[in-house]
Write a protein that binds this ligand. Structure first.
Ligand code: SF4
Length: 81
């Protein structure tokens, strides 16, 4: 419970930074983003209502598009190209 709250706060802090970085950074290709998103959509850690990952509380629709991101439980990685 406390860990979830901490992770949620971390995500709330990270989100504006993430959004800023996503706007500035070159996103991954559409194929890579689609591949990552497919894995997230099949993942038991996906919060369906908000489309957030329960492990890192990132919004997966954005997370999968950023080159520097990786899945916290190793389902996909930065090097997936
Ligand atoms: S980032 Fe990883 S743990 Fe989170 S929803 Fe996607 S596949 Fe699941």
């Amino acid at each position: 419970m406390l860990r979830d709250a901490i992770n949620f706060l971390r995500a709330a802090i990270r989100f504006p930074i993430f959004l800023w970085a996503w706007i500035r950074a070159k996103p991954v290709s559409l194929e890579v983003a689609s591949y990552r998103l497919r894995l997230c959509c099949d993942c038991e850690e996906l919060e369906l209502f908000t489309r957030q990952c329960r492990k890192c509380w990132c919004f997966v629709g954005l997370k999968v598009q950023w080159k520097a991101e990786k899945c916290p439980i190793g389902k996909w990685d930065r090097d997936d190209t």
